[in-house]
Design a protein around this ligand. Structure first.
Ligand code: FES
Length: 80
């Protein structure tokens, strides 16, 4: 069975490796000519669905970073 590996990059894209097929919203296959791609998770890419690095300039925080920041802020204010 082929393995597909999807890695969530810290405050960045979803990195997809392995044999996979990418289908657009019209049901059409998007040709992929390389073994790995990065999909945009921040919504700011000018080349969706692919990551173009825009997450670095839009201050994107993945959910995990956002939760940690919120928890740290709550701990600092005495809120629980
Ligand atoms: S995750 Fe990289 S441009 Fe959106």
């Amino acid at each position: 069975m082929p393995d597909v590996k999807i890695s969530i990059r810290r405050n960045g894209s979803l990195h997809v490796e392995g044999p996979f097929t990418l289908i657009d919203s019209n049901g059409q296959e998007i040709p992929i000519n390389k073994p790995a791609i990065s999909l945009c998770r921040c919504g700011h890419s000018n080349n969706k669905p692919f990551c173009d690095g825009s997450h670095k300039t839009c201050d994107f925080q993945g959910a995990e970073a956002h939760i940690l920041a919120a928890e740290a802020a709550a701990a600092g204010s005495g809120a629980q």
